[in-house]
Design a protein around this ligand. Structure first.
Ligand code: PLP
Length: 386
């Protein structure tokens, strides 16, 4: 307990490396070991040594990650899952019962949309879509049984910005919970709980892991009772992060701050190059002063992150051609790794939104700007644009 109190005075970079990571008591190992174990010896029936009995319920490597996640977001409880969508599913089934309603953003990760539209809806959960960058548009969608307002900021793939503090006020008045998917920003760039959100969602596959070598998800909450309910459902449904995956995410988090600084710096340069390029008709990056969410982003983010989207003159085929010509930017889905990626959302990550209110422009290209040399990245984009 006293150790936890001390942590509150530590800065993000220190917590990232130390929170939840006290040297292993048995060996002194400086790094939390991978406890690749399913069950634990009991000292007499029910006599648990470290509180561990079975690794779906709790595992020491996962616990270290979960404590770390809670500390980084200034939360009371962190929970680690097998994927971002597993975390979202656990949250949905904890917060909602049939007939309940959720407001979801008109620009969201395709899999989040699919989870609501194709899965949760079959269980009687109602949803409607709003432009969450406009708090009044969100208020207009509220219903008597609205239990949650769901936002992604910055959003995927159009980098829209939602005002977390304003939406928290609307949610509070409506008796609903504000859920923020903070995957694009990471807790280093943005702290949703401090801005009034109730739940923070992560795909740790992305910036938290940071090396394109693990799939994982997380929830962080500022309320003990909700944390308990989520932990109950996490164990009851079972989509937990395995020990090796938890360890990889922890390893990634240790360098999160310096990686995000570089991602943001490189993405700023990329956005400037694209803005000046004759073959680019529009650039989406919240760091650009002309971005409609720039002011809100500047207020609630430390810097603007590593994701940049843009539209290519000449339409869909021209956008696909840019993706095909890029060399250093690897053509692939996902984001948030040290290596730069390029993709065509309409045909790849967001194909599931076709024909819906979340459909993305056909001439859109999305970049996950990595931490390579900025000169090499700019040269590759210049040749790919032709
Ligand atoms: C990738 C992603 C998810 C889903 O996470 P998985 O780890 O792929 O299940 C959710 N939200 C956002 C913003 C994402 O980028």
């Amino acid at each position: 307990m006293s150790e936890q109190r001390d942590q509150r005075h530590q800065h993000f970079e220190t917590l990232a490396i130390h929170a939840g990571q006290e040297p292993d008591e048995a060996t002194g190992a400086v790094v939390t070991p991978i406890y690749q174990v399913s069950t634990y010896k009991q000292d007499g029936v029910g006599g648990l040594r470290g509180g561990y009995e079975y690794s779906r319920s709790a595992n020491p490597t996962r616990t270290a990650l979960e404590e770390n996640l809670a500390a980084l977001d200034g939360g009371r409880r962190g929970l680690a899952f097998a994927s971002g969508l597993a975390a979202e599913d656990c949250l949905l089934r904890t917060l909602l019962t049939p007939g309940d309603h959720v407001v979801i953003p008109n620009d969201a990760y395709g899999g989040t949309f699919r989870l609501f539209a194709k899965v949760a809806e079959r269980w009687g959960v109602e949803w409607s879509v709003a432009d969450t960058s406009d708090p009044e548009a969100v208020r207009a969608e509220l219903r008597p049984r609205t239990k949650a307002i769901w936002v992604e900021t910055p959003s995927n793939p159009l980098l829209g910005i939602s005002d977390i503090a304003a939406l928290a006020g609307i949610a509070r008045e409506a008796g609903a919970r504000l859920v923020v998917d903070n995957t694009f920003a990471s807790p280093y760039l943005q702290q949703p709980l401090a801005l009034g959100a109730d739940v923070v969602v992560y795909s740790t596959t992305k910036y938290m892991g940071g090396h394109s070598d693990v799939v994982g998800g997380a929830l962080v909450v500022g309320d003990d009772a909700l944390g308990e309910e989520l932990a109950y459902h996490q164990n009851a449904m079972g989509a937990v992060a395995g020990p090796f995956d938890a360890w990889l995410v922890m390893r990634g988090i240790k360098t999160l701050a310096i990686r995000m600084d570089r991602h943001s710096a490189n993405a700023t340069r990329v956005a400037e190059l694209l803005t000046a390029h004759p073959k680019v008709t529009q650039v989406y990056y919240p760091g650009l002063p002309q971005h409609p969410g720039h002011e809100v982003a500047a207020k609630q983010m430390r810097s603007f992150g590593g994701m940049v989207s843009f539209r290519v003159a000449g339409g869909e085929q021209a956008a696909v051609d840019v993706c095909d010509r890029a060399k250093l930017f690897t053509l692939g889905e996902s984001l948030g790794g040290v290596e730069s990626l390029i993709e065509h959302p309409g045909r790849m990550t967001h194909a599931s939104t076709a024909g819906s209110a979340l459909e993305v422009p056909a001439d859109l290209v999305r970049l996950s700007v990595g931490i390579e040399s900025i000169d090499d990245l700019l040269a590759d984009l210049t040749q790919a644009l032709g």
